[in-house]
Design a protein around this ligand. Sequence first.
Ligand code: PEP
Ligand code: MG
Length: 316
Amino acid sequence: ERRAAVDAARGPGATADGHKVPLLANIGGPGDVSAATEAGAEGVGLFRTEFLFLDDSTKAPSEEKQVAVYRQVLEAFPEGRVVVRVLDAGADKPLDFLTPGDEPNPALGVRGLRTLLDHPEVLDGQLKALAKAADGLPVSLEVMAPMVADRADARAFAEACRAAGLDAKCGVMVEVPSAALRARSVLQEVEFLSLGTNDLAQYTFAADRQVGAVSRLQDPWQPALLDLVALAAEAAAAEGKSCGVCGEAAADPLLACVLTGLGVTSLSMGAASLPYVRATLAKHTLAQCERAASAARAADSAQDARIAAQAVLSGE
Ligand code: PEP
Ligand code: MG
């Protein structure tokens, strides 16, 4: 019965009353594209380009190789959006030629955009390869930077995109609490936000995402995390810009409804979760999602937030 309900729900993501929430896929490369299109993804919300770099951690891949890989992905979504994240090296994804080996706290050190600003030729090479790959294709290309902390980071990334001659929307990931707290300021420089809830939880709770002993604090239902999501979504709405979620939180169907109620404008997840999120979203109105979001934020723990949202969404 569940399978039938999942199969029946096709087409774009929307609440029961027709509020559209594009459902996008998280991918690591061309090998993930067919699962995404089969699940009915409306595009890609997070293309983690670091997999392309992990093949050889001594140097960046050639421009030809990058163009070929990006083009394969962009061609798969002719009418859709493809959000490409520039290289997120460091911390849990170290690269020999880029990542300092002597940091006491790599997650708090030079990683993500910080690495790219220290190696502008790598960022520029990636942006130019993306511009070439998208040339002549109807796809809507969007490019975003990981680990952005403030407006200066956002400006540096936007300037790099312009300097590379990239004709794409330029955005930033919200993974550091400072970026959520000052989202309106960050949005003066870029066109969209995408919440990386995995890292946002790690940095909000000072709980290493790779340490199982503190996994309780990595729960995306934590009300403090929901507060930061709400802040970012409200800032984006005030600026007339979009604010998606591309962390694991978007893959939990119930939490996807809560995120929608908080004002998030798109949800990106592994393809396997997409049909379940689509089916659950289609059963609830935007007003119900908003009530579930308020109930979850009023709770004092992740567990109580989940129970409170479930009660609102099932008591209808
Ligand atoms: C995140 O941090 O939520 C995210 C989507 O990026 P990654 O998991 O690749 O760090
Ligand atoms: Mg991240």
